[in-house]
Each structure stands twice: as C-alpha cells, then as structure tokens.
Design a protein around this ligand. Structure first.
Ligand code: FES
Ligand SMILES: [Fe+2]
Length: 344
C-alpha cells in the first residue's frame, strides 16, 4: 500500500526524534544519587532521575507543577524531590506531596507529572518510553555478554552533538574502520577495498566485509527487538594489548533530542582469573585513553556532517547495513504511527 506524503513526513519525523515503545539507557548508575537529582533529555523530553529512600531510581518529567522550573535544579528530601524555586515537593510518581510555602494548598495530593519506568542493569540506567501500542514496558533487551561471568568490561558513555541516527549508521558501517581509524593502535590493519554482505536474522541483522574477518572492525551485528535495539562488534587486538583476544563492543544509542544523542558502549573482553585482572589493569592504565581517541574520531566526523546529509547522500554497495537499518527504523515508526491513528 502506498503511503501518502503527510504520513511519510510523520514517519520521517518519528524516526528522527526516536522510536517510542523502547527502552533507552540515559545515564550511568553512579550518576544517580540520593542527594542531587540528575536532569537529562530523552526523545526531546526533559526528565529527572534520583534515588528514593530505598535506593530505587525514580524518574519523572523535569518540570515543576507550580510554574515549570526544572526539578533537576532542586534537591532530594526524604526520597522526594524539592523544587529550588519555591520549594514544592514532588514524589517519584509525579504527585505533589507538599507545598511548604502555602498551608493546605490545593496542589497537594495531585498527580501532576508523568513518571517513567526505570531499570538499572550492568552499571547503566534504562528508562522505558511508552508508546500508544505498548504503554507497559516489555522486557529490556540486553546483550548476553553482560551477564556472562566469562566476560568483563567497562561502560563508557559520551554525548554527541548529532542526531542518534548518525551514531547508529556509523555502527552499521564497518568500512569506515580502515579509513577513519587508520592511524589507531588497533584499527590500522587490513585491506582498504572490499564488498559487504548483509545477513538478515529473525532478531536483527549482521553486516560484514566479504574479504576479511578478524583484521579490523570487519562486521557488526544489530539486535532489533520490539522494545529496543543494541549492536555489537569486535575489535581485533594485537598481542601487545594483553590476554583475551578480541575486544567486543556492545553499543546502545539514546536519542537526547533531534540534534544530540548519548552513546553507551560496554568494552568487553572474554577473560577470567588472573588474565582478567591484568586486562582490567591494562585497560585503565593504557588502553582506555587510546579507545577514547578512536571514539573521538567518530564523534568529530559525525558532528561535522550536516543534520540533513541523508537528503544529498549517494549510497553505494558498502552502505547495505546503513540502508537496512534505516528500513528497520522506518517500518517500526510506520507501525507506531498506524497504531496511534487507530487508537485515535
Ligand atoms: S516553580 Fe517550582 S516551586 Fe515554584
Ligand atoms: Fe568508528
């Protein structure tokens, strides 16, 4: 069935702002405390997170029901959040608990704000952004390596001034490794010419170089679940990088708003015992800095591209992963918009 231009524009806008009905990582666990609220944005919406008296993370709109001040500028009192402007106290469900400046104020007891379901997993904080067809959170999709005792790693996050689609495109594009990262410690190897192939899976897809594996960043795999998306790829390690073989990157991208995103990468290695200790030590003392340098190359390149580069781009064979990823996002957005229309 043909899609009319207005619906097409809505689908494109939905993809651009980020799909709903998804879990997104929004912060590292250590960033959320029982003292200071943490303000951020997801899909263009301001949210605030903090820990209540039981240490559980709460998340509501970052908006004071009184006159709209950011609650994230306030403080946590007894597990609730107090607005910095005139002291209104709101709880983790978005209900006004107290208006200290005005006895018996009618605002008290009113649920004024939306609250979001939060899940902490493997040093990250995930928030579920509901959609019309999936108001309740399904299971959070997580890579198996995170709960496998044979693997160990570190979570790194970074905010990029670019739409999240560029960060995903970059992950679905193994050919950039031997060019953009040609000078790096681990990605300087392999041929600079190749073909790519796409392998569609029930739960996602894999894009890989035909001519080489294990030389460079040669493949990436996306797991596209109904309720979220993550990807993984391997970076071959030279012997100088210590024990454990390849480094596996597990990646999520959170759309902050249409021109910013936050990347979450777990840098993992399959090592146990004493080798695990030595890799963790080596990582912190030597390798981490090098990995950041590589990630910065990605960030700088993507931030240098115009917001609407896709309107003028000329894709070629190597972009099959990028094209497939875009189709997956598009069809998910289309289904969401259809569900919203039929609910309306
Ligand atoms: S705006 Fe928050 S208490 Fe007035
Ligand atoms: Fe890269």
């Amino acid at each position: 069935m043909l899609t009319d231009p207005a619906t097409k524009a809505r689908i494109e806008a939905r993809v651009n702002e980020g799909l709903r009905g998804y879990w997104y990582p929004v912060a590292k666990s250590v960033q959320i405390s029982a003292k200071r609220p943490y303000g951020t944005k997801v899909l263009g919406e301001k949210i605030v997170l903090w820990r209540d008296r039981d240490g559980k993370i709460r998340c509501i709109e970052d908006y004071c029901p009184h006159r709209g001040a950011p609650l994230s500028y306030g403080e946590v009192h007894d597990g609730n959040i107090g607005c910095r402007y005139h002291g209104v106290i709101v709880d983790g469900t978005g209900t006004v608990q107290r208006v200290p400046a005005m006895p018996d104020c009618a605002m008290e007891g009113r649920k004024a704000l939306r609250d979001f379901v939060v899940q902490e997993a493997h040093d990250a904080v995930f928030v579920y952004i509901p959609s019309v067809d999936r108001p309740e959170p399904p299971e959070l999709p997580l890579p198996k390596e995170l709960s496998d005792p044979e693997w160990t790693g570190f979570l790194c996050t970074s905010v990029w001034d670019v739409n999240y689609r560029y960060a995903l495109d970059n992950l679905a594009d193994p050919m950039h490794g031997c060019y953009l990262h040609a000078e790096s410690f681990t990605l300087a190897f392999g041929s600079k010419q190749d073909l790519l192939e796409l392998d569609r899976r029930d739960d996602g897809f894999r894009v890989s170089r035909v001519g080489q594996t294990g030389e460079n960043f040669d493949w990436s795999e996306f797991v596209v679940a109904e309720s979220g998306m993550f990807c993984f790829l391997d970076i071959p390690y030279p012997p100088a990088a210590g024990p454990g073989g390849n480094m596996r990157i597990l990646g999520y991208v959170c759309p902050i708003d249409e021109t910013h995103c936050k990347v979450f990468f777990w840098r993992m290695r399959k090592v146990t015992g004493i080798e695990r200790q030595s890799w963790r030590f080596l990582y912190r003392t030597m390798l981490e800095e090098r990995h950041w340098a590589v990630l910065e190359q990605d960030r700088v390149m993507l931030e240098g591209m115009p917001d609407d580069a896709r309107k003028r781009e000329m894709l070629y064979q190597h972009d099959i992963g990028v094209a497939h990823l875009r189709r997956a996002l598009n069809s998910a957005a289309k289904a969401q918009i259809a569900a919203e229309d039929s609910a309306a």
